[in-house]
Design a protein around this ligand. Sequence first.
Ligand SMILES: Cc1cc2nc3c(=O)[nH]c(=O)nc-3n(C[C@H](O)[C@H](O)[C@H](O)COP(=O)(O)O)c2cc1C
Length: 193
Amino acid sequence: MKLLHIDSAATGAGSVTRELTSAIVARWQDAVPGLKVSYRDLDSAPLPHLTGPVLAKVDQAVAEAGEQALTQFLDSDVIVIGAPMYNFSVPSTLKAWIDRVAVAGRTFRYTENGPEGLAKGKRVVIASGRGGLYGDDSPADFQEAYLRQVFGFLGVTDIEFVRAEGVAYSPQHRADALAGAKAAIREPLREAA
Ligand SMILES: Cc1cc2nc3c(=O)[nH]c(=O)nc-3n(C[C@H](O)[C@H](O)[C@H](O)COP(=O)(O)O)c2cc1C
């Protein structure tokens, strides 16, 4: 089994979502002997934004980096993603990665019956960090709702959110939110939801 661990927080060692992704990956390593883990840090090694020249594959090295991100995603059974809320959405580095893995004909396609996701059978676990409090259904949430939409569109039906929110309210809020999120990490080998 292969697990892809992705971080995108720009906040370095004190990051809430980095701490959560580490805890989630450790749980998977404990549960699955021989689990192959690959790591991608989108903050220290971001992919370029999807501009016209990138889309047109003008630069071969950039094109290869995008293809490698796509094949790494396709090759993974489990994808653990650290996704802090930045300006109500996800970090632009994470968006740039999504722009390279959401590719027509590879991870989705349109048919006469509408769109079809091609990245089926994967599990996606999102470590969600938020400074404020939004809960499950806030109209201001373009972070978790966006990620659910994108991965659902690609055919992923098993998406777990491990959420620490309200972390900017006070140090105590942050500590409580982190502890609550860690306690809420689900059993890796549970049946799909
Ligand atoms: C650039 C930036 C933008 C942010 N925007 C929001 C926001 O729109 N809403 C919110 O609730 N928190 C916002 N926050 C707070 C983060 O979501 C919160 O601190 C989260 O835990 C960050 O995760 P991290 O510690 O892994 O970086 C923002 C933080 C940063 C650095």
